[in-house]
Design a protein around this ligand. Sequence first.
Ligand code: MG
Length: 243
Amino acid sequence: MIAPLALLVMVQVSTRWPQHSMDRPRPPVVQPAPHAGEASPPADAIVLFDGKDLAQWQAEDGSAAKWIVKDGYVEVNPGTGMLVSRRGFGDAQLHIEWATPTPPKGEGQERGNSGVFLMGIYELQVLDSYQNDTYPDGQAGAIYGQNPPLVNATRPPGQWQAYDIVFHRPHFKPDSSVERPARMTVFLNGVLIQDNFELSGPTAHQRRPPYSPHADKLPLKLQDHGNRLRYRNIWLRELEHTP
Ligand code: MG
């Protein structure tokens, strides 16, 4: 017998399409409004990157961050690994802007690939998905390997794009089973692309691992996938406060 919770988790990951299916219909293209400028952080936000330095960040091994800060943005330094926030976060509202390399190079997953890893585990895909086909559950705005975005609202390479994310962490019972799965709502360039999606577990390539219990707060990570992505204006509001 399948436990009620397992059913709950399974309904949101489509069972109609195998993971990474190329046969899956592509999300409709929606042209977003022109970039309206940077969204300044509200008063209660934790500013993780304001264009000046990586004081809030480190490398995966705890050494100094090795990505490159220049002209108000931070750029992936290929081969140096993920950029990891010094602080851990659970439930959060996150604003982060990104731009893929121009002129674009490579095809599919090799063009402008990075990722925003909530709690370092749950990837919201970052990719150059402007006139660049790939499997829908791996395009920009996908919960990687689990759910395509509702629409493709990407801008051309080189232009600034903004994710506004509402993330709710998973909750675990004392016996390590899942009490509540993680959920994500995402806007890309002001357009809703993930609507309170329930994650089936950690995101991964060619598999869907089950949840395994972890801390209530874990660092945010940005992916080094070998492409020189740029990020700027990163801020976060905690939605859950430890008493
Ligand atoms: Mg990625």
